[in-house]
Each structure stands twice: as structure tokens, then as C-alpha cells.
Design a protein around this ligand. Structure first.
Ligand code: ATP
Ligand code: MG
Length: 160
């Protein structure tokens, strides 16, 4: 299905913003122009839900979550980033968070719940859409989850 990603992105964020607690701020930096992406909307909703619920779960009181979207026109790729100001992830563990059942600190995460499958599933789904997903993090400063998706330039051409 061909989806206007900006609209879709705002829609997903709105749903979280309506239910979020008032101690977390949301910031958005998303292009206004249409970005057409072929995707399975349900699956990509699951990806977004996983990433955003982690960002909320690991955010401190008064923290800001920043939602960005950027078109990398030369590469025909859309870059989506979701940044929090949470506890972060130790350098050596950053790539492991996409492994099945991996959780950074069993004691720390036990009380926050979860099975450790969210990001593993997200990675599978992003890759099924020919995208990539990775994380950048600084302990004590916060975490950014980044993923790419190919976009198509011209909606008309694809509908012809
Ligand atoms: P589930 O998503 O299945 O409910 P989960 O959230 O523990 O459980 P993942 O979403 O796969 O599992 O995340 C794996 C681990 O990566 C988490 O347990 C946590 O330790 C770490 N992690 C993920 N996102 C963040 C984040 N934004 N800040 C800090 N740590 C994170
Ligand atoms: Mg999770």
C-alpha cells in the first residue's frame, strides 16, 4: 500500500500524545511535503509503537521525545529518528538491543516489564520493507532509534 508517511507518522504520534502523561514533552520535526512509501501500514504501526513505547518507558520525568523525519533525496530514502533523554544504553550493548529477548539490564528492566522482543520484531519488519534500523545512545544522556525506508518520488507514476 502506498502511504503518505508524514501523515501516517503524525497520526501515530497523535495517538500516543493523547494518552501520554504530562511529564513527557513531544517535539516533531517532520517535512510537510508528501513522502510516498510502499508499506504494510499495520506492520509499520507495530514498529512505531514498539519504538515509541520504549522511548516513553525509558524517559525521565520532564523528558522530551523528539520525532524527526528527513528525506535523503540522493539515496531515495526516508530517515526516521526517535530521540529520548532517558538512561541510555552502554556502548557495547547498543547493537544487541535488536536481538531476540535481549534486555540491557535484567534488574533495571524487570520492573519496567516487557519480553525483549519489541525491537527484534521491529528490525525484521523494517528489513522486510528494504530499510535499515539502528540505535545511537549515550549513557545518562539518551537514545535515538533510527530507521530508513525507501520512498518513491512520484505518486502519479505508480498509480498509472
Ligand atoms: P517488549 O518490547 O517486548 O515489551 P522490551 O521493551 O524490554 O520488551 P525491546 O523493545 O526489544 O524489549 O528492547 C530491548 C531492550 O533494549 C530493552 O529491554 C531495554 O533494555 C533497551 N532499550 C530499548 N529502547 C530503549 C530506550 N529508548 N532507552 C533505553 N534502553 C532501551
Ligand atoms: Mg519494547
Amino acid at each position: 500500500e502506498l502511504v503518505d508517511f508524514g501523515k501516517f507518522y503524525h497520526h501515530v504520534i497523535d495517538r500516543f500524545e493523547m494518552n501520554k502523561d504530562t511529564h513527557i514533552q513531544f517535539m516533531r520535526d517532520i517535512p510537510e511535503e508528501s513522502i510516498w512509501v510502499y508499506m504494510d501500514k499495520d506492520k509499520m504501526t507495530q514498529v512505531m509503537d514498539n519504538i515509541i513505547s520504549n522511548a516513553i518507558k525509558y524517559s525521565p520525568e520532564g523528558g522530551t521525545i523528539t520525532f524527526r523525519g528527513k528525506m535523503l533525496k540522493k539515496e531515495q530514502k526516508l530517515l526516521v529518528t526517535i530521540t529520548d533523554q532517558g538512561m541510555g544504553i552502554p556502548k557495547d550493548n547498543v547493537d544487541k538491543i535488536f536481538d531476540r529477548f535481549y534486555r540491557v539490564d535484567k534488574a533495571r528492566t524487570r520492573k519496567l516489564g516487557g519480553t525483549g522482543l519489541g525491537l527484534a520484531i521491529s528490525k525484521e519488519m523494517v528489513e522486510a520493507h528494504k530499510g535499515e534500523i539502528w540505535a545511537e545512545s549515550k549513557e545518562g544522556k539518551g537514545t535515538t532509534i533510527l530507521f530508513t525506508l525507501p520512498f518513491t518520488n512520484d505518486k502519479r507514476r505508480d498509480n498509472a
